[in-house]
Design a binder for this molecule. Structure first.
Ligand SMILES: [Zn+2]
Ligand SMILES: [Zn+2]
Length: 417
């Protein structure tokens, strides 16, 4: 696949951006882009287990994205397939001699936000900005393209071992990786890699591995009370809005920890029925993050206690669901050395940084940990992409050279081992 074709693929994915678990046209496009390669492709239940997902998109939402995918040129049968069976793809490619099983996670989802239509915004000026209410504002269009490009590049089988590319849905919200682990597709991997573009760094920069980061838990709390007339019988009500509000304040008042850097956020709170009714329901989402995995569990325990206590105080029921999660990352030195050597050998790479800590959370860390826990190694490679705007902003954009740098580096890494 020539660079022009990869760039065209990236732009097509960009124009037809789709949010978490609705990557219907994206999955079909990736499937087409690897058709004819000597690979084994797993989709549906064989690629991910969606049974434990909280807040999977509603049927009406999926209807809309399915229709949009078909309107954008996806074959109706494939759009229906990915809508019904989920959007992950797992692609295995065998080398021609014994060696390690490489895993590569690339994420494919976009964010539910509008893309800039300003002519100064390159995708808008070039006519490939998304106009459908989702936007690739984190570069996953490019990450997915790197996965496709690498499979084409290594299709001559001239490498040791094998490569398994995991095209993961729903990285945003850290929801998709666990579904792939649950389907068993991370089992048997010896060297687990993730790759992600870094908009804040210049193109030509490669980071051997992201390290540290924050463990996170995304929680959804349902408060279930009882409505009553706010003047006629207020004492008969059970106020879910108050329980949720008291929880929100108390969660933000959980102490800092001396042993780790922590974050808490109550992100949304939707409650109530009407101005003259004691509120019978409330739904709150919140997240906890910490640079230590046991501390994030402690934060979640405290949130559980707060919710139970405030719910009891108002006489309402409450339940907590974990919507998304990830762990901190401790990459392996030996594998980082290999990445650094591969990146350094690329003429297009001007600057190689061995490791860097970022204050983000990515559920690729769960895949890497899964492999490490079974004796394997892991690293999370980052490729500078010179974005004019920050990640998750309407002016995010990438230098498309970063796609070639990502593929070149990974190809050199896998061929050299
Ligand atoms: Zn992101
Ligand atoms: Zn991202």
């Amino acid at each position: 696949m020539e660079f022009e074709q990869l760039r065209a693929l990236r732009r097509e994915l960009h124009r037809n951006a789709e949010p978490a678990f609705a990557e219907i046209g994206t999955a079909a496009r990736i499937e087409r882009a690897i058709a004819g390669l000597p690979v084994a492709v797993r989709t549906g239940k064989e690629a991910h287990d969606l049974s434990a997902v909280v807040d999977y998109p509603a049927p009406e939402t999926l209807d809309r994205w399915e229709a949009a995918a078909v309107a954008a040129g996806t074959a109706a049968e494939r759009a229906r397939y990915f809508r019904e069976n989920g959007t992950a793809l797992v692609v295995d490619l065998a080398g021609n001699r014994p060696g390690p099983v490489w895993g590569l996670r690339v994420d494919v989802d976009a964010l539910p936000m509008r893309e800039s239509a300003d002519p100064d915004h390159f995708p808008a000026a070039q006519g490939f900005a998304a106009t459908n209410g989702a936007m690739h504002a984190c570069g996953h269009d490019a990450n997915a393209t790197i996965g496709v490009g690498l499979l084409h590049r290594l299709a001559d089988h001239d490498f040791a071992g094998s490569l398994r590319v995991l095209f993961q849905p729903a990285e945003e919200g850290v929801r998709g990786a666990q579904t792939m682990i649950d389907a068993g597709v991370a089992d048997g991997i010896d060297r687990m890699l993730a790759i992600h573009l870094a908009g804040g760094m210049p193109a030509g920069t490669v980071i051997g591995s992201f390290t540290g980061g924050m463990a996170t838990r995304k929680l959804k709390v349902n408060f279930d009370g009882r409505a009553s007339h706010a003047a006629g019988a207020p004492e008969a009500g059970r106020n879910a809005l108050l329980a949720a509000s008291m929880s929100a304040l108390a969660i933000m008042a959980v102490p800092r920890f001396s042993s780790a850097d922590t974050r808490l956020n109550v992100g949304t709170l939707v409650a109530g029925d009407g101005v003259n009714i004691v509120p019978s329901s409330a739904v709150m989402t919140c997240e906890a993050r910490a640079t230590d995995d046991t501390v994030v569990d402690e934060l979640v325990d405290r949130i559980r206690s707060i919710v139970a206590g405030t719910a009891a105080a108002q006489g309402v029921d409450a339940d907590i669901a974990v919507m998304g999660q990830s762990a901190t990352l401790a990459p392996d030195d030996e594998l980082i050395d290999r990445v650094v050597a591969a990146a350094t050998a690329q003429p297009s790479v001007a600057d190689v940084i061995r490791t860097q800590t970022l204050a983000g959370s990515d559920d690729a860390n769960l895949l890497i940990r899964h492999v490490q826990a079974r004796g394997g190694q892991g690293a999370y490679v980052m490729v500078g992409a010179s974005s004019p705007g920050p990640h998750h902003s309407e002016t995010f954009d990438i230098d498309e050279e970063a796609i070639a740098i990502g593929i070149d580096t990974l190809e050199a890494l896998i061929r050299s081992s």
